[in-house]
Design a protein around this ligand. Structure first.
Ligand code: 4AD
Ligand code: MG
Length: 477
């Protein structure tokens, strides 16, 4: 008999049919009641063995974490808490699990910090089961959203010679020996001898290559891993994270904002529709966690309520200059509550972003038209000579989830800006060709995938929404 997924059995009202189920034991009571989970959904399926039907040897091996195969009949449940259960007819132990050593016992609820250390096992907990099913649902919804709108999914390179953000936060890729690399006459390392014949690194963003694609397909997106060697040890930063980057020819900044807002709402709605049970569990988890906090630090809305609120309300749209004015006008500023300085020209710190989003507007905020000096070389210069057509989306509890802009499509302006910012113009002629051959206005953005997973799951540390986090001094598993 082929295996039936536990989710399919639980979703159906059908009874009195034979099944085979396989999974891992979550609990075993009274030598009779086995709660089995196969990861297809949050809920366990109860398998009930007739009293004294299992021999001593087998009984000893049905422990939390052990894997089983059960043949039986789906019947209407006698007990409370579930509609159906499986009456055990044949039970096979697939893999034993030593309770003395298995770290995931129901008795001692492990902390998220501890589970991070055993990330190879944490998928088997309710919390991480829910988080990673939701992560999957969001990834699926992303492809569906763009596919339904005619975008071409472009695979941009992971190894590259360019620095798309010009911030110098790159991991080098090389096969040169560390102890004795080939050198030029001036003592610098001779990368002509390296594998690719030039200095290469892991990509920080697929944007530049996505722009090349947009100049032919009109609308493209990338969805891939990106790498940043920034030494930010925070609950919001990873050294390896996934990013979705749409790039659209003929779009201006307003089109870009509309696309980003529609996109975020679409994937949240998909998660709410497809993973309700997981999100309800995560909402309860968050509510329990909030109870530990003092009253004034608790969030006003529950997780589901927050997600529905985001779906049903327009994001606030303000310029950077307006945002600075809001901050300068705020009680927090007047009472000197901000640690960092506030004035036009600053790169807003997380405390400023959180004030805008959580205290002032109480919803996602799109901030546009930032000072050009704190933004990347490719952003389109506004007529004021001071700002660029940039947009960041800030989300409650997270801060920046999206960074994007209309791109500078004018060759002379772009080249001049690259020179001012010491971006190697000669090496990037391929990029400038887009502006030479049929240039058009265009715009795009990057959504940090883990940041949106954080937002949707209500988890608080980014290390808990990617299977195996890479952060400074940590590349376990
Ligand atoms: O704002 P960023 O640096 O923008 C870009 O990379 C552009 N090339 C995107 C584009 O226009 N195509 O990064 C985009 C988003 C941020 O808003 C944030 O959500 C996420 O990527 N991000 C990170 N997520 C986790 N860990 C990090 N270290 C991140 N750095 C950026
Ligand atoms: Mg940014």
């Amino acid at each position: 008999m082929s295996r039936t997924r536990i989710k399919d059995i639980l979703l159906s009202d059908k009874t009195d049919y034979p099944v085979n189920i396989k999974g891992w034991v979550r609990s075993f009571r009274n030598n009779q009641f086995i709660a089995l989970n196969d990861g297809s959904c949050m809920s366990n399926l109860q398998a009930v063995a007739e009293l004294n039907s299992l021999d001593e040897e087998t009984l000893k091996k049905i422990t939390t974490g052990a894997s089983l195969s059960i043949d039986g009949t789906v019947i209407a449940s006698q007990g409370k808490g579930q509609k159906v259960e499986v009456k055990v007819e044949k039970l096979t132990i697939l893999g034993e699990c030593d309770t003395e050593q298995y770290p995931l016992q129901l008795k001692n609820r492990p902390s998220l910090e501890y589970l991070r250390e055993i990330a190879h096992l944490r998928f088997r907990t309710n919390t991480f089961g829910a988080v990673f099913r939701v992560r999957h649902a969001l990834a699926y919804a992303i492809h569906k959203f763009y596919n339904d709108r005619g975008f071409v999914y472009l695979h941009t390179p992971i190894v590259t010679a360019s620095d798309a953000e010009g911030a110098g936060e790159m991991f080098r890729v090389t096969t040169l020996p560390f102890d004795n690399p080939p050198r030029n006459e001036d003592g610098s390392i001779d990368f002509k001898e390296d594998f690719f014949g030039k200095s290469t690194n892991l990509t920080v963003s697929g944007q530049l290559e996505a722009e090349l694609g947009a100049m032919a397909f009109s609308e493209v997106y990338t969805f891939g891993p990106t790498f940043r060697a920034e030494n930010s040890n925070t609950a919001r930063h990873l050294a390896e994270f996934w990013m979705i980057e749409p790039e659209v020819a003929f779009n201006d900044l307003t089109d870009n904002m509309d696309l980003a807002e529609d996109f975020i709402k679409y994937i949240i709605k998909h998660a709410l529709d497809s993973n309700r049970e997981d999100l309800e569990f995560l909402a309860q988890r968050l509510a329990d966690e909030e109870k530990q906090k003092p009253q004034n630090e608790r969030s006003e809305m529950g997780l589901i309520e927050k997600l529905e609120f985001v779906l049903n309300n327009q994001f606030e749209r303000i310029t950077y200059t307006q945002a600075i004015d809001v901050l300068l006008d705020s009680p927090a500023y007047k009472k000197k509550k901000f640690q960092y300085e506030v004035k036009w020209g600053i790169d807003m710190q997380s405390e400023h972003e959180r004030y805008l989003v959580e205290k002032h507007f109480k919803k996602p905020v799109i901030v546009t038209d930032y000072p050009k000096d704190i933004k990347a070389f490719y952003m389109r210069q506004n007529d004021d000579g001071k700002t660029v057509a940039a947009m960041d989306i800030l989300a409650p509890g997270i801060g920046e989830i999206v960074g994007g802009s209309q791109r500078e499509e004018r060759l002379d302006k772009l080249t001049q800006r690259m020179e001012e910012m010491h971006v190697p113009v000669e090496e990037m002629q391929w990029y400038l060709d887009t502006r030479r051959f049929g240039t058009v206005p265009h715009a795009g953005f990057g959504l940090g995938f883990e940041r949106i997973v954080l937002f949707v799951t209500g988890m608080t540390n980014i290390r808990d929404v990617i299977p195996f986090p890479r952060t400074p001094k940590n590349a376990e598993f």
